[in-house]
Write a protein that binds this ligand. Structure first.
Ligand code: PEP
Ligand code: MG
Length: 757
């Protein structure tokens, strides 16, 4: 077996070079190519399938029956070969027949062969063919062999294109590229947009894959690295990213990768194997993408996306094709299409022209999504085969509320969408007008409407929405977007900035709720043990009380940040009253320490607990006298009451917040704290929905903390409500629940002209 991917590929490439330089015609070249690769990889079979008239046709083979050449044809998506082309993803199987997509072709005589490995031959990011090897022994091909195969596939793509063996236009214009189509995805930042598709990366065509002069290619890549590092350093020193501390962290990640020895070494190895600088960068990028797909950890995957961002930068520098769509003058009303996008790349776009973003990848915690949210741009992510379905300039209707994008819509669909869009803009404008209007009910009670936040970038929302304050500041967000545990100074800076931007309005900081679905790769809790039920496991206060250092640092940071003002702090997932006492004690000892140091202290500290675990409700009489406030986290509370994982999409619509169980429970909570001087707020998603908020007011809730986009709609609702009326109705329904409480409440609201969509 070859020692390394580089040497395996180099041997093959040297021989391929001769084949390609020969004067034989294309078919003869392909016949030679399969021999060279088969021998080089010590594989009994090597075959090349190319896309012709929409089908993948066997063009050349060593080892399969020659009669099958130009006879065996597979549709894209059919059989192993078709699957590789469709997903542009390699397959490596010890036993080919065991794969669900295996499709047997008797004319090839392939039944003798067990193992199978295949890689797509990619041209302009789309598969134009498949290169595969097969072996009689049932063994998986080693990674070095797969890598060699992928390197060879790059070279083949050049040969195929030069020889005009595939109709590229046809390959790029599959039937999926013409008619209207609706593609589903994951709503990462909600909102609507109409615009034309703009590809973030005008395609960088790699002209030459095989290097003539290895040293010259090395020089080019060294220079490109220098230039890229300069760019990143300059960005860091000029803080081009604006003021957000999170962006600083993005830059730190960039810097880490830009100077990463491993990355440059792999590129140099690829050049050593015979590739040009461009092809080597692309090759390493392909490999990274492949690995990324196998990583299940969203945070780690985000870091890999940052690396991809840099890799694109490097490719542009080395090829001299510098511009992204951002630098080439963005069209009016553009909707950006990308596999993925780095946050820095997004920031380069003209915000007035950019209306939306659609990504093939992306996740809720990705840096780019955080930045897009701050820019107010809707983002739809996880749209599969996106770039295979959209052409540059196609009209798109982006509905990130419903989680889809319509490509090349029919005129009637555009009209309907425009009407909806106009309505939603009207509504937004109406809500914006409510910014300075205080939310009094019809009967004259002031309802407190606060917003939830978690990042510096969220804070401008306070004045934009006119919210009464931040009722839940999720401090763990800073931990989630950071590559390392945020140091005390960084925490203090964030908390101080948040308090500064809130001015006179209160901010309730929640101590870290790490664990559950918020996993930090750099902080192994629970001693790295796998948890069957992380939501009910080692999370939130349970972690913080054991990792006292973590809570101490946070307590110090919050106390110092709130010097001279009131600090509102609350603890997540309090299950028994002693946990609240213990957490409070950590804060109090830090306060004593700072006092000893003659540091300026907060004027007052108000301690609160989150009610998320049903057990706590049974001991509220014990806890309430110690509390300044209680915040009901209905997201977690309902998952525990219903025993229904909040992250499980199958259960997402099974149980209703408007159920007598939840509302009776909450009503009892209100009764338990009634005699105490405790502010009660609901800070889960439930409070941001109009019908649910109406029900909450009906059981006595007077304080809500909700997602910023809901502040306007909820204020508007409040002004239409008569508390006595809804209180009486709720009392009746909870005493004798109707079959469908949601329906009953909807009718009730409609009868009173309250729009609860
Ligand atoms: C909740 O559980 O309702 C809550 C507000 O906290 P989080 O969504 O951060 O768990
Ligand atoms: Mg919670």
């Amino acid at each position: 077996m070859p020692l390394s991917a580089a040497s395996a590929a180099r041997t093959i490439l040297t021989r391929l070079h001769d084949v390609m330089a020969s004067r034989s015609h294309a078919q003869a070249k392909l016949n030679n190519v399969v021999e060279v690769i088969g021998e080089g990889l010590d594989s009994e079979v090597c075959s090349i399938y190319l896309l012709r008239e929409g089908m993948l046709e066997l063009f050349a083979t060593r080892g399969l029956a020659q009669e099958a050449v130009h006879v065996t044809r597979m549709a894209v998506g059919e059989g192993l070969v078709g699957t590789i082309a469709q997903n542009t993803e390699m397959l490596n199987l010890a036993e080919a027949t065991a794969h669900p997509d295996f499709s047997y072709r008797p004319e090839t005589g392939e039944e003798k062969f067990h193992s199978f490995a295949g890689v797509p031959i990619v041209r302009r990011e789309r598969a134009v063919g498949v290169l595969c090897v097969q072996h009689a022994d049932p063994r998986r091909y080693e990674e070095v062999e797969i890598e060699a195969l992928q390197t060879v596939a790059m070279v083949l793509s050049e040969l195929i294109s030069n020889a005009g063996l595939v109709d590229e236009e046809e390959a790029l214009l599959s039937p999926a590229m013409t008619g209207p189509q609706r593609l589903g995805g994951l709503a990462l930042v909600k909102g609507l947009a109409i615009g034309s598709a703009v590809f973030h990366q005008p395609r960088i065509t790699i002209e030459h894959v095989m290097a003539e002069d290895r040293d010259a290619e090395l020089q080019r890549v060294y220079l490109a690295f220098d230039k890229m590092r300069e760019q990143i350093d300059r960005m860091a020193s000029q803080a081009e990213f604006g003021v957000g501390g999170e962006h600083e962290e993005v830059l730190e990640t960039y810097k880490m990768f830009a100077y990463d020895e491993g990355w440059s070494r792999r590129i140099i190895e690829a050049i050593d194997s015979g590739l040009t600088a461009e092809a080597a960068i692309e090759r390493v990028q392909q490999r990274t993408r492949m690995r990324m797909r196998q990583i299940d950890d969203p945070l780690l995957a985000d870091r890999m996306h940052d690396l991809e961002d840099l890799s694109n930068r490097l490719l542009r520098i080395v090829s001299g094709q510098m511009g992204t769509a951002a630098t080439m003058g963005l069209k009016q009303d553009a909707i950006l299409i990308a596999r993925n996008l780095g946050p820095a790349e997004l920031l380069e776009y003209d915000k007035r022209r950019l209306k939306g973003v659609v990504l093939e990848e992306g996740s809720l915690t990705a840096h780019v999504v955080i930045v897009a949210r701050a820019m107010g741009i809707p983002v739809l992510g996880r749209v599969r085969s996106l770039r295979g379905a959209i052409r540059d300039g196609d009209l798109l209707l982006l509905d990130a509320d419903a989680g889809n994008v319509t490509v090349r819509p029919q005129p009637a669909v555009v009209d309907a969408f425009e009407a909806r869009f106009a309505k939603s803009r009207e509504r937004q404008a109406a809500y914006a007008k409510l910014r300075d209007v205080e939310p009094f009910t019809r009967c004259g009670t002031r309802i407190t409407v606060m917003m939830n936040a978690g990042l510096r970038d969220d804070m401008p929302g306070l004045s934009l929405t006119g919210a009464d304050g931040v009722g839940l500041f999720r401090t763990e967000f800073q931990f989630l977007v950071s590559a390392t545990l945020p140091a005390r100074e960084r925490q203090t800076r964030l908390y101080r900035d948040v308090l500064d931007s809130a001015g006179d309005k209160p901010v309730v900081f929640r101590t870290v709720d790490i664990g559950g679905d918020k996993v930090l790769p750099y902080l192994r809790h629970n001693d790295g043990e796998h948890e069957e039920n992380p939501a009910m496991g080692w999370r939130a206060l349970r972690v913080a009380l054991e990792r006292e250092g973590l809570l101490k640092v946070q307590a110090r940071s919050l106390l110092e940040a709130a010097a001279g003002r009131t600090l509102n702090v609350m603890f997540p997932m309090v299950t028994e009253p002693w946990e609240f006492d213990a957490a409070r004690a950590v804060f109090e000892s830090q306060r004593a320490y700072l006092k000893g140091q003659k540091k300026l202290l907060p004027e007052a500290i108000r301690y609160g607990a989150m009610l998320e675990v049903p057990a706590l409700a049974e001991q509220l009489d014990v806890l309430a006298p110690k509390l300044s406030f209680l915040s009901i986290g209905t997201n977690d509370l309902t998952q525990f009451l219903f025993a229904a994982d909040r992250a499980n999409p199958k259960l997402a619509e099974r149980y209703d917040w408007l159920s007598p169980a939840i509302l009776r429970f909450l009503k009892r909570v209100m009764q338990s704290v009634a005699g105490h001087n405790v502010d009660v707020t609901v800070c889960g998603e439930m409070g941001g929905r109009r019908l649910e908020a109406l029900a909450l007011m009906g059981i006595g809730i007077r304080r809500l903390s909700i997602t910023p986009a809901s502040v306007g709609p909820i204020k508007e609702l409040v002004r239409k409500v008569d508390l006595e009326e809804i209180g009486a109705a709720m009392n009746g329904w909870l005493a004798a629940p109707p079959r469908d409480l949601r329906a009953a409440l909807t009718t009730w609201a409609q009868e009173r002209g309250i729009d609860c969509d």
